[in-house]
Design a protein around this ligand. Sequence first.
Ligand SMILES: [Zn+2]
Length: 341
Amino acid sequence: MTLCSSPESLDAVIRALSGQTHVFLDCEGRTLGEVGGKLSLLNLGVMRQNGRLQTFLIDVLAFEGARSHNLTPIFEVLRSEQVFKVMFDGRMDASELLHGHGVQLRNVLDLQVADIASREKRGQNDNRRLQRLIGFLPQHEITRNRSLYLQVEKLNSLESAMVEHGVPGSSKGYVDHSRWLQRPLQQSALQYAANDIHKICLLYSKLVQKGYITNATLIRQSARYLALHASARPGGNDKYKRHGLFPLAILPEANAGSLVRCGGCQRGLPASCFAQSGSINRTNGFCFVCRAIDAKSGPSSVATSGHRTFYSRNLYDDFEDLDDNFEDFNDNFEDFYDGFY
Ligand SMILES: [Zn+2]
């Protein structure tokens, strides 16, 4: 791991990046990508010829003001169609880079999207999809309104994706996210940032090995995913934009027909993302995902309260319990399955 806070150290990064076909990318900062967000570390990993991962942590705060031009070559790599970037859940990173630094990421594979896409390849059935929602929603709600959740995918955190795909070394570690703008950064924070790059590299290798990353479709799907906050930074308490569910209409290559604007996430979505007339009152003009958010938290209760009770510092709080109880959920799967029959 190399911390880069001088122009000379950036030269070393640029030398290491030259000729690389793919780069592992991750960001750290204060409320990254949200209203009021700020980038602290821009982290890059490259595979050296000896097969070992080399990680650079670029101290973005060291290149503010008159030194900001030093970051231009790095940002060009992020914008480049020629360099393939690998991230895990790059939505907020993409928002921060775009709204904070004018950097439009291109040619990115988001492993969180690859994980979702792999579920179909692994033959995931409706019951397994619904099982993932346990913990996010009460089981009785999923059982009662089963048809409303058949398109709703629960996202994995990086760590839970590693567990699910059999990648060792998934311990989460701890860092105080409120301190990313302090300097000097503690060694433990630097290690945490470097570990994330390492974990992204390990998961990528496993998904390639399993044959889940084979074509350009995932790049286009990732681009749609990373563009979710392209129009504006989301507010930190916007429960319809900050949650642990996979937004609809990211995977399909073409959305036929006219689009309907969702009353929650405000995205224009195909009619298939909404319950059809007859049960339309049950979704009230909200897409299946936003309806699930309401089923968890109550309609608009958080959005209007001003309290961040739904989204705390870690987006994945929603499913940390699921990580901890991964074995238990597998054990309980039969009981859950029985609940539908
Ligand atoms: Zn919605």
